[in-house]
Design a protein around this ligand. Structure first.
Ligand SMILES: *Cc1c(COP(=O)(O)O)cnc(C)c1O
Length: 252
């Protein structure tokens, strides 16, 4: 355990150095950027160590694992972020432990999360579920020919032109709070291999969203491989897995 703690401390320090460097290069205060450690596939004991090392935000992408880990770590001062594709039948479970869901991408999910949040007594302002709209750019025209325009990638996400309507739905849904936008750098389409450009597009979408919903300031972008691009483009939240916890097995 001591060995694991030393490893995690070392990884955290080097990620912190990267974030600080990226902030400095972008002329942004370090305090504008929040690190979320993505603990998926790793045990609750790692979550505990990270908390002891000062991490305040953790993320998971599968409800079953997340529910168990959150229960084991109930005593820790952590915010829990759900960042994976979410089926509507998991909404009731997720609202029990999640403070934020980053993967809100369709009206049916908004309705399911809202109903579950209300049922769980999360209607008051300070208990509402924070919702980020996951935006997908690989659905944009020119992605893989016009025929693919409407096709949603396996990783989900709403197309930019759908953001406004989905935002209005979240803003009007009891138990939910509209907090911002999220993106995973596209693997296909004209933004493939161009995370900086993709995150800059996300920043534009965020600015547009904030003109109607000023409190929706979160911009969740950037993972282990592209955190510098995300910071440069204005991200407020980085979701970092492997650079902190180690490389996951391919099944993770
Ligand atoms: C796994 C995951 C991450 C972290 O990815 P790393 O490359 O390990 O940093 C971030 N966001 C989402 C949505 C993920 O599923």
């Amino acid at each position: 355990m001591d060995e694991r703690r030393a490893q995690l401390a070392k990884n955290l320090a080097s990620v912190e150095e990267r974030i600080a460097g990226a902030c400095q290069a972008a002329g942004r205060p370090r305090a504008e950027v929040t690190l979320i450690a993505v603990t998926k596939t790793y045990p609750a004991s790692d979550v505990r160590i990270l908390s002891e090392l000062g991490v305040e935000h953790v993320a998971e992408n599968r409800d079953q694992d997340a529910a168990a880990k959150a229960a084991e770590c109930q005593d820790l001062p952590l915010s829990w972020h759900f960042v994976g594709q979410l089926q509507t039948n998991k909404a009731r479970s997720v609202v029990r432990y999640a403070d934020y869901v980053h993967s809100v991408d369709r009206l049916r999910l908004v309705n399911a999360l809202s109903a579950a949040a209300v049922q769980t007594g999360r209607e008051e302002a300070d208990r509402q579920l924070g919702c980020l709209l996951q935006v997908a750019l690989d659905t944009e025209v020119g992605a893989a020919g016009a025929g693919a325009t409407r096709q949603r990638g396996a990783r989900g996400g709403v197309a930019p032109e759908g953001v406004e309507a989905l935002a209005a739905a979240v803003a009007g849904a009891p138990g939910l709070r509209l907090d911002g936008v999220m993106m995973v750098a596209p693997l296909a389409g004209r933004y493939a291999g161009r995370p900086r450009a993709a995150f800059e597009r996300l920043a534009e979408i965020s600015a547009c969203l904030r003109s109607a919903h000023p409190a929706a300031t979160m911009v969740s972008a950037g993972m282990s491989a592209d955190l510098e691009d995300a910071v440069a483009a204005g991200a407020t939240h980085l979701r970092i897995g492997s650079a902190v916890l180690g490389v996951r097995s391919p099944l993770g």
